[in-house]
Design a protein around this ligand. Structure first.
Ligand SMILES: Nc1nc2c(ncn2[C@@H]2O[C@H](COP(=O)(O)OP(=O)(O)OP(=O)(O)O)[C@@H](O)[C@H]2O)c(=O)[nH]1
Ligand SMILES: [Mg+2]
Ligand SMILES: [Zn+2]
Length: 357
């Protein structure tokens, strides 16, 4: 049953997760696009459109997103998502620095493909930031350096790859040119199983890669704009595509910035070599600044650890602590508000009772 959804990633575990909803006459489906409060869901009965909000409206974490498996009412009008199956993974960033809310960019993703353009100067700090969120999501990250045709000198290219590798321990770093079809075979093999999401700045070449992987121009690509990450975004919605040779791909709109969102363990994974060194510091709460017996500082002094890495690590750790503290404070005040509201309701109910007497 529902095996027609297999190209979209349906498997026995999803079937088990969905089973309780069968009795209600609901259909399983995967969200393939989200757009202004509505989403497109692929089901055995074709693609249906539904409202995205379910269970707790206005909580951004409780809004369905591309990649979610949901239970929909096939006949409902207006049709809405009745339940969202528990997510295996979720790529979450904080929406803006002012309001520390999480925004889910993609759900149920196995590979987080971070596209980085070689047409502009490498920003390793940004790569590390994307990687922290990718690790935190539960997906396996991979960095794809795009537009390799624009770096014709192999020595220069090798150095760039090495710089990224140093910033991405445990993460494969690929170079591709969608223009010349180079390096795509490795990527094709990688995205051939499970669900992959393409992430990165606007103009990084995500949709061009998506088209190359699908084999036809399914996604719009805009003629070259001079500066990456600036100007109009070509892709404006997150789109899920079933690849012809297996695997599922999500193309996303370019992100100008990604704020960390409770990504402490993700940061730790991006900077695993620093965390390993830190275990050898004399003080277990060493801040790697002026403490004696600091293994991290001595690695920097010995040239084994680039100082840029340490600074980037510090920056992301601080940012994450700040966002976590802020989120906690917000949660606490919301809980308090809720108690106050309930208290007021309780008092009103008591008064009404007394009034009736
Ligand atoms: N030279 C060269 N240009 C490329 C390559 N891949 C993509 N481009 C160009 O880069 C520009 C941006 O490509 P897109 O695929 O639209 O980028 P995107 O990441 O999807 O951008 P958004 O949808 O705005 O997030 C286009 O002009 C592409 O033709 C490549 O391998 N080589
Ligand atoms: Mg695009
Ligand atoms: Zn230290």
């Amino acid at each position: 049953m529902f095996s027609a959804l297999a190209p979209y990633g349906w498997d026995e575990d999803w079937a088990d997760a969905f089973a309780p909803h069968t009795a209600d006459g609901l259909l399983p489906g995967r969200v393939i696009r989200v757009d202004r409060g509505q989403c497109d869901i692929v089901t055995v009965g074709g693609t249906v459109r539904a409202d995205t909000e379910f269970v707790v409206p206005r909580d951004p974490m409780k809004v369905v997103c591309t990649g979610d498996w949901v239970a929909v009412d096939p006949g409902g009008d207006p049709r809405y998502v009745r339940a969202c199956l528990p997510r295996r993974t979720a790529f979450v960033r904080s929406t803006s620095s002012k309001r520390s809310e999480g925004q889910i960019l993609a759900a149920n993703v196995d590979h987080a493909v971070i596209a980085v353009s070689l047409a502009v100067e490498l920003d390793l700090g940004r790569v590390e930031r994307f990687l922290a969120l990718a690790w935190e999501s539960g997906a396996q990250p991979v960095v794809v350096l795009t537009k390799a045709d624009l770096v014709p000198d192999p020595v220069t290219l090798a150095h760039l790859v090495q710089d990224v590798e140093t910033s991405a321990p445990g993460v494969p770093v690929l170079t591709v040119s969608a223009l010349h079809g180079e390096g795509l075979d490795v990527l094709v093999a990688l995205v051939g199983s499970g669900t992959s999401v393409l992430l990165g700045q606007s103009g990084a070449g995500k949709s061009t890669l998506a088209n190359a992987l699908v084999g036809t121009d399914v996604m719009d690509v805009q003629a070259a704009r001079d500066v990456d990450g600036k100007g109009r975004h070509t892709t404006t919605t997150r789109n899920l595509l079933a690849l012809p040779s297996g695997g599922v791909l999500i193309d996303t709109p370019g992100l100008r910035g990604v704020g960390l969102y409770d990504a402490g363990s993700g940061v730790g994974q991006v900077f695993s070599e620093i965390e390993q060194l830190a275990e050898r510091c004399r003080f277990h709460d060493c801040a790697h600044e002026t403490e004696p017996g600091c293994a991290v500082r001595s690695a920097v002094d010995g040239g084994e650890l680039p100082v840029r890495r340490l600074e980037s690590y510090r920056k992301l750790v601080r940012e994450n602590q700040w966002i976590v503290a802020k989120t906690d404070a917000r949660l606490r005040s919301e809980i308090k508000k809720d108690w106050k509201r309930k208290g007021a309701e309780g008092r009103a109910a008591m008064q009404a009772k007394r009034g009736r007497r």
